[in-house]
Design a protein around this ligand. Structure first.
Ligand SMILES: [Fe+2]
Length: 458
């Protein structure tokens, strides 16, 4: 995508800990303060934008940097760090390397960066960005290449698929920029084969970053952040706020089709991330979301809004096509995560990281643990000058209780200009971390990651 140059504009997503790092490292046997729990045996993978070549600050958008994976392996109480760029075709070209063996052309005509999330399914690891096919990577962080599931997927794959913990299916969607139906819902079976694709008609091309599943339903977010082809090349990111378009939440039975979606009008807003959703006894869908009052009202270099996002609960009645809103927590927060053994089922606990969002992201902060039954929140303080990132929950054992486990979060320490992995006992959330793994370098503020048990970087 080309962009017009705006001389003299400083881009906040290229400074401080948003700035990219320039090398690929491999550092075994890291220094640890405290004690890594013996039950943590596996690999924390994180993904985020990290442009290979210094971009033009006037035209760079945070969402468009090349993806870089950071891996922190925990085994036998020891920790090992490695980082690698995802070798998409574009990243390979920028690095001066040959493209991946099985490189596939972009599915949307705009290229792909694989910079948003990294997930596992059916024994494979995928680096994801919502504009593209998945890029398969290995546990050693090397890249296999883009995958189209043996030619069965020809359209984009969200960065936020949902693994159904009961069936092992991976539910996902993709949205299009250029023509109807603009949205498709898909299912990969437990063995990783694409077994379902359902076109869903929506009026036009909107940014649909995430969605939710429940036991019975799929929930889509048709919100007024619109792709505008006329903005391509005119501003860093060609999406804009169009509240006059209206905002809708759509509930579709899992076995349903486009005509079965119950679209429910809501006040215009934007949601990147639901925490989770579930069916209640009255036929409603309860969905907790991180909600912004707006998004991309002005041309910016990242996800700017007129206020920081808050945690809200939507109770959606598909029969009446109504949505009741309850404010859970007015503190600015993002990157909500649950114990993913409960995806689509009733959750009691949710975890977020504090953020301050205005015209730009003005930083991250402490971690929050919500008890949605008691209506309380606890806070984990990362320390002076320290900023946490997305909290990833790892259960202590397969049959552990909902909050019996650890929160893993990469924390940036501005004083040292470096980062740590902190491991927090989720049942003792306000206490100091049980272990702090001192990483050999800073990890730039990125987006999402996953814990992959039982695998190794080597
Ligand atoms: Fe996301």
């Amino acid at each position: 995508m080309t962009s017009v140059h705006h001389p003299g504009i400083e881009n906040p997503y290229l400074t401080g800990n948003f700035a990219p790092v320039r090398d690929e490292r491999d550092d075994p046997d890291l220094e640890v303060t405290g004690s890594i729990p013996a039950g943590l045996d596996g690999l924390l993978l994180r993904n985020g934008p990290n442009p290979v070549v210094d971009p033009d600050p006037a035209s760079y958008h945070w969402f468009l940097g090349d993806g870089m994976l950071h891996g922190i392996e925990l085994t036998g109480g020891k920790a090992h760090y490695r980082n690698r760029w995802v070798r998409t075709s574009e990243a390979c070209a920028a690095l001066g390397e040959s493209p991946p063996v099985d490189a596939l052309p972009p599915v949307n005509g705009l290229g792909a960066k694989a910079n948003t999330h990294v997930v596992t399914h059916a024994g494979r690891i995928f680096a994801l960005v919502e504009s593209s096919l998945p890029t398969e990577v290995r546990a050693d962080l090397s890249t296999v290449g883009a995958t189209d599931f043996d030619g069965t997927l020809t359209t984009p794959f969200t960065a936020h698929p949902k693994l159904d913990p009961m069936t092992g299916e991976l539910h996902f969607f993709g949205y299009d920029y250029f023509g109807p139906p603009f949205l498709r819902y898909h299912v990969l079976d437990a063995r990783g084969a694409l077994v379902r694709t359902e076109p869903i008609a929506i009026p036009g091309p909107v940014m649909m970053h995430d969605f939710a599943i429940t036991n019975r339903s799929v929930v889509f977010l048709d919100l007024p952040v619109v792709f505008d082809m006329a903005l391509v090349g005119k501003q860093p990111f060609p999406f804009t706020w169009r509240p006059e378009r209206g905002a809708r939440v759509g509930v579709m039975p899992r076995t349903g089709a486009s005509d079965d979606v119950a679209w429910c009008e809501i006040e215009p807003c934007f949601v990147y991330h639901p925490l989770n959703a579930y069916d209640d006894a009255d036929g409603n869908v309860v969905m907790d979301v991180v909600r912004y009052p707006d998004m991309f009202r002005a041309e910016v270099f990242g996800p700017g809004a007129t206020a920081s996002p808050t945690l809200d609960r939507w109770t959606i009645d598909p029969a009446k096509r109504s949505v009741a809103t309850e404010h859970i927590d007015d503190v600015g927060q993002e990157f909500p995560r649950i114990d993913e053994r409960l995806t689509g089922r009733v959750h009691r606990y949710g975890y977020t990281v504090e953020v301050a969002v205005g015209e730009h992201w003005n930083g991250l902060g402490g971690l929050r643990k919500h008890d949605l039954v008691a209506g309380t929140v606890e806070r984990h303080e990362p320390g002076d000058g320290r900023q946490a990132s997305e909290p990833v929950f790892v259960p202590a054992s397969p049959d552990a209780g909902e909050d019996e486990g650890w929160i893993l979060s990469v924390v940036y320490d501005a004083g040292r200009d470096s980062s740590d992995l902190v491991i927090v006992d989720a049942t003792d959330f306000t206490a100091p971390s049980v272990a702090t793994v001192h990483l050999p370098r800073r990890v730039p503020f990125g987006f999402h990651g996953s814990w992959v048990g039982g695998v190794s970087l080597t």
